[in-house]
Design a binder for this molecule. Structure first.
Ligand SMILES: Nc1ncnc2c1ncn2[C@@H]1O[C@H](COP(=O)(O)OP(=O)(O)OP(=O)(O)O)[C@@H](O)[C@H]1O
Length: 274
């Protein structure tokens, strides 16, 4: 479990990126932080692995204040996946995936064997192992990014707009893969996006943020869709604009809400604890 306790962040130039933010992110679930540009999503994410330290308040992982943990050690045990995959351009796919385990002392042989397994896990053909990132499609690069995030077998996976830079069809593919992966792996995932459809599709818990990371609403996709807390949320999820005439469709994974354009608008899940 990750907990934000009354966290604020003011940058040296005076920008207040986060103001008195408190939230519990349950273990083995996906929490999606969604909000418009500049609402503080990335800042929140980076406070979990200490790439940003709060000005006041604390972030705890399983009850331990992360400020008391060595930042490098912490980052090596938390997976981090970025929009542009953040791959090292002069290293082959396999070596990109194996980078962090190697830094953490795993033998080269073990790290490479594990990297190949991870390629299977994220749906990448092993024949791509010796390519360089520039020789892959955008979607393949993102899969390498996800494999790399999983390479240290982290309990926590931070994902910052990981599918933001790929076209809608590839994006839908990657989203489906992440849902499958998450069913298998059960990581504690923190996912940042500005796309409410993506948030509803992937999130067990969805947190809609206004400026300075003020929580407009927090709940399951079904809870938020059923009763938006205010006009801001209603606008954000599109219920105000008649954009979403929702219908329920049964799928093998459970019922899914489908909007007027046939896009998945949410899943019906058990309410989250806390
Ligand atoms: N290092 C920094 N110094 C000063 N201000 C910063 C710094 N990093 C972020 N900010 C500001 O803090 C606010 C929140 O930024 P953040 O990147 O967390 O937002 P975001 O919701 O992730 O936005 P986006 O969706 O555009 O990535 C913004 O106003 C941003 O300009």
């Amino acid at each position: 479990m990750i907990e934000f306790r009354d966290v604020s962040k003011q940058f040296p130039d005076g920008t207040t990126a986060v103001e008195r933010f408190s939230l519990i992110l349950p273990a083995h679930k996906t929490t999606v932080l969604v909000g418009s540009s500049g609402s503080g999503k990335t800042t929140l994410l980076r406070m979990i692995n200490r790439m940003v330290d709060p000005t006041t308040g604390a972030v705890e992982i399983d009850g331990e204040d992360v400020s008391r943990v060595d930042a490098v050690q912490l980052r090596r045990r938390i997976g981090y996946v970025l929009q542009n995959s953040g791959l090292l351009p002069h290293r082959k796919v396999l070596d990109n995936i194996a980078t962090v385990p190697l830094l953490s002392g795993t033998t080269k042989r073990q790290a490479r064997a594990r990297a190949l397994e991870l390629m299977d896990t994220v749906g990448l053909d092993r024949s791509l192992a010796d390519r360089y990132p520039s020789q892959l499609s955008g979607g393949q690069q993102q899969r390498v990014g996800v494999a790399r995030g999983l390479a240290v077998d982290p309990n926590i996976l931070l994902m910052d707009e990981p599918f933001g830079a790929v076209d809608p069809i590839v994006r839908a593919d990657l989203q489906r893969e992440l849902l499958r992966l998450q069913r298998e792996l059960g990581k504690t995932v923190v996912f940042v996006t500005h796309d409410i459809d993506e948030a509803f599709l992937l999130g067990d818990q969805v947190v809609i943020l206004e400026a300075a990371a003020r929580i407009a609403q927090r709940g399951t996709p079904a809870e938020i869709l059923a009763s938006p807390a205010n006009d801001f949320v209603a606008d954000f999820v599109g219920t105000n604009r008649g954009k979403r005439r929702l219908t329920l469709q049964q799928t093998p994974g459970g019922p899914i809400l489908i909007d007027a354009d046939g896009r998945p608008a949410g899943v019906l899940a058990e309410p989250t604890a806390g």
